[in-house]
Design a protein around this ligand. Sequence first.
Ligand code: PEP
Length: 264
Amino acid sequence: MQKRLIVANWKMNPQTSTEAKELLVSVLSDASDFKNIELVICPPFVYFSSISAMIYDLSSKFQVSLGAQNMHWEQKGAFTGEISAQMLKEFGVEYVVEGHSERRWIMGETDEMINKKIKTALKSGLIPILAVGEKERNNFDSSGRHINTADDVVIDQLTRALDGVPVSKIKDVVIAYEPVWAIGTGLADNPDDALSVSLLIRKVISKMTDDKTARAIKILYGGSVNSKNIAEFLKQDGIDGALVGGASIDKDEFTRILEIVSSL
Ligand code: PEP
């Protein structure tokens, strides 16, 4: 069975490097028991130096790697406050999240920027985790009829983000379906609906590449994942893992999530 990919997005947490180390130690203390999981920890950049060695040491026993929450598309230069792929690689970073909704909607990142970041990540040997998802759960037309915006938004974001990416490289991109209304709200999507978006993503990828790539590409669900709902998402054949925000900084809850995933 293919390992489940679990990505922990710590966002702008915790507040000190001591807490960051404690969180990692407590999450990883039982980690070698988690055989069918590939874990990616995405801490704030400033904690890389204190935790990258811990992750590296454990990676011989358990598949765990370091991920970044963002990066710039240029390699160097006058980009105040930004960080490059090369800088990430120096810390052993393997994955980078691109197009997270908090960056799209709070920092104003556009599809064009995300597209450039994906291309730079791939050229630099980093695995991009491309986040896509609709903002509103319910949309209605002028006569009050419900409109399914998820499909349109996901097709549009995916097409723009992958525009011009060499076909042979698309298989290396991980796609995270993250409905924005589900992120940090406690209102997770319905697993069946998440599965149908995942199938749609595979259809789009198949058109861009071929059926084999569309079947092989990794698709994650993200949005209020917790220990009560993770199993329902991952039991869906077509959802290969999860992107976990809030629950990944709660050590007991995250350990429970890993235990559940490990038992599936
Ligand atoms: C996220 O950060 O991408 C996320 C899904 O957050 P949460 O799990 O808190 O909804």
